[in-house]
Design a binder for this molecule. Structure first.
Ligand code: FES
Ligand code: FE2
Length: 332
């Protein structure tokens, strides 16, 4: 039997905010059906349940003090482990053991705040060392709030066959409908694939767009992160990072950003404009898919070899839920 969605995914790190959003005020988040709050402490970041153990006040209205968080209603103060350390209305009395919030693991990396709801994460954060050596510039899109499961979103990002259909009018090449065979490598934390796609470059000065043989390298870190490098011949190499936050089994929010060589002028503006148009094409398709939850099995839909990468992803996610090695998917 597969473990329930929330239980199986609670042991992974998920993004809950861009770092730049978390300032001096605590910030609410929703993750796998849990309402939480994150705040900056004197030494880092911390996360607990959102509502105060005393009278259920919203701790987003509270105030970070040193390592802890003070509730706005009666000033009870909680430490990063969730334990109450101060009850101002009766300072000399012992503090009840029940005065405690659920506390979560919290980390800050790659310009994101990450939370793991379980005390022991079963996998580390994705490894993207190029984002930490300072050699690349990055630009982020506004948050993508799609009415779709994180697994469905991942599958559309990993879908090779849709490029020539869904992305007509942006970079998709309607002349290239067949998908040449490609391999998918499995590794300890995810999947890796490389394909070459004859993308259409931007049309310049009214001239017809030129075909640009683009090498796409997909690197998946389970459960919901993908790094996708675009290496065109006529345009700039850039790398996109899509990291989904599963709000529930049927709804996600995606943090989407890109790294590029800092000498490329105006890249950030160009990227945001063109990427939002591309992602809007994906959103319309993904939100229309049923069932909304990411199917765990292979029976309800039909699979062909061109779907190899999304199939491998689904198989890996099914294994994660089942806690066992998946069988070969059925393909026609
Ligand atoms: S409700 Fe938070 S201190 Fe009373
Ligand atoms: Fe797409």
């Amino acid at each position: 039997m597969p473990r329930p969605y929330e239980e199986a995914l609670a042991a992974f790190w998920h993004p809950v905010a861009f770092s730049r959003e978390l300032n001096e005020r605590p910030l609410a988040f929703r993750l796998l059906g849990v309402d939480g709050v994150v705040w900056r402490t004197a030494s880092g970041v911390a996360a607990t349940q959102r509502y105060c153990a005393h009278r259920g006040a919203d701790l987003c209205d509270g105030e970070p003090v040193g390592e802890g968080l003070r509730c706005a209603f009666h000033g009870w103060t909680y430490g990063v482990d969730g334990g109450c350390v101060r009850v101002p209305s009766q300072l000399s009395a012992p503090i009840s053991q029940k005065a405690r919030l659920a506390a979560y693991r919290c980390a800050e990396r790659y310009g994101l705040i990450w939370v793991c709801l379980s005390a022991t994460p079963s996998a580390p954060l994705p490894e993207w060392p190029e984002l930490e050596d300072g050699a690349l510039a990055t630009v982020a899109l506004p948050l993508l709030d799609w009415d779709v499961s994180a697994g469905r979103m991942m599958e559309i990002v990993l879908d090779v066959a849709h490029l020539s259909w869904v992305h007509r009018g942006t970079f998709g090449n309607p002349e290239q409908q067949e998908v040449p065979a490609y391999d998918v490598e499995r590794h300890a934390s995810g999947l890796r694939t490389r394909i070459v796609y004859p993308a259409l470059g931007p049309s310049i000065g009214g001239a017809p767009p030129r075909v640009d043989k683009t090498t796409l390298t997909y690197d998946v870190t389970l459960p919901f992160s993908v790094r996708l490098e675009f290496k065109p011949t006529l345009f700039y190499t850039h790398t996109v990072y899509a990291v989904a936050q599963p709000l529930s089994e049927e709804k996600m929010r995606c943090f989407y950003f890109c790294s590029y060589h800092p000498k490329i002028r105006n890249f950030g503006e160009m990227f945001v404009k063109s990427e939002l148009a591309i992602l809007e094409q994906d959103r319309r398709i993904a939100e229309g898919q049923r069932p909304k939850a990411h199917p765990l099995g292979f029976d309800g839909e039909v699979h062909v070899k061109a779907d190899r990468l999304p199939i491998e992803y689904r198989r890996a996610m099914a294994a994660l839920r089942l806690g066992q090695a998946p069988d070969d998917p059925r393909m026609e």
